[in-house]
Design a protein around this ligand. Structure first.
Ligand code: PGA
Length: 257
């Protein structure tokens, strides 16, 4: 079974409510025009409900940018998985490099969040990726191995098969510097060998692996043309409907859809 490409917006801490709704409407139209590509949008948590309403009756999936690992309780400021599910989310970004490096989220917390997401039927988008100094020191595979193995730890095969992994080299996020298609493909193929080691060859061929880090119109085609790159997690370029639409079009063309 070919893997359906999955291209997801990460609006991060941007947009007003009105901007989020307008962006959601445009993104939902793009999703409807391109049914061969799964399209998702992860707005700021406070706008999820408004975005879900705007995406209603369209194939656009709505997701959270983060969640906590517990289902409820005294965790001031946090959002629980059941809350995201209740708002109509289908997926949630977990372990984003900004969570790992700005908010110091450790591997074991991210793993607990991944398990908690599955408990409420949310698809986790598990972000993995090395810092620039780690790449320069030749430690890319060591870091990616740690992120993937710890993030999926304890997951039964049927859940792991549904997880989405986003390879996001930290040095390429928001910097305008993209990994070359060769650099990205190499790490994506490595992630598939890891999945084969952890589970089996069939699962490794099933899991979708997105690339993230300065994806924009103009580079999306060459990235998604690579065999192990199944989609993209897009930050800055997803904040304008036209540029995100162009990325979707390039992705569909690259996959010959
Ligand atoms: P960027 O962000 O596209 O702005 O580099 C990607 C991400 O952080 O998911």
């Amino acid at each position: 079974m070919p893997r359906k490409p999955f291209i997801c917006c990460n609006w991060k801490m941007n947009t007003t409510r009105a901007e989020a709704v307008a962006l959601a409407e445009g993104t939902a139209r793009t999703a409807a025009e391109t049914p061969a590509v799964e399209v998702g949008a992860c707005p700021p948590a406070c706008y999820i409900e408004a975005v879900a309403a705007a995406a209603n009756d369209s194939p656009l999936l709505v997701g959270g940018q983060n969640m906590y690992a517990e289902a409820k309780g005294a965790f001031t400021g946090e959002i629980a998985g059941p809350m995201l599910a209740d708002l109509g989310c289908a997926c949630v970004i977990l372990g984003h490099s900004e969570r790992r490096h700005v908010f110091d989220e450790p591997d074991d917390l991210i793993a607990r969040k991944v398990r908690a997401a599955f408990e409420v039927g949310l698809t986790p988008i598990l972000c993995v990726g090395e810092l620039l100094q780690e790449r320069k020191a030749g430690r890319t595979e060591t870091i990616v191995r740690r992120h993937v193995t710890s993030g999926l730890e304890g997951l039964p095969k049927d859940q792991a098969a549904r997880a989405v992994i986003a390879y996001e080299p930290v040095w390429a996020i928001g910097t305008g510097e993209t990994a070359t298609p060769d650099q990205a493909q190499e790490v994506h193929a490595f992630i598939r060998t890891l999945l084969e080691e952890m589970y089996d060859a069939r699962l490794a061929q099933t899991v979708r692996i997105q690339y993230g880090g300065s994806v924009k119109p103009g580079n999306a085609h060459d990235l998604l043309a690579r065999p192990d790159i199944d989609g993209a997690l897009v930050g800055g370029a997803s904040l304008k409907v036209d540029s995100f639409r162009a990325i979707i079009a390039e992705g569909a063309e690259a996959k010959e859809l």
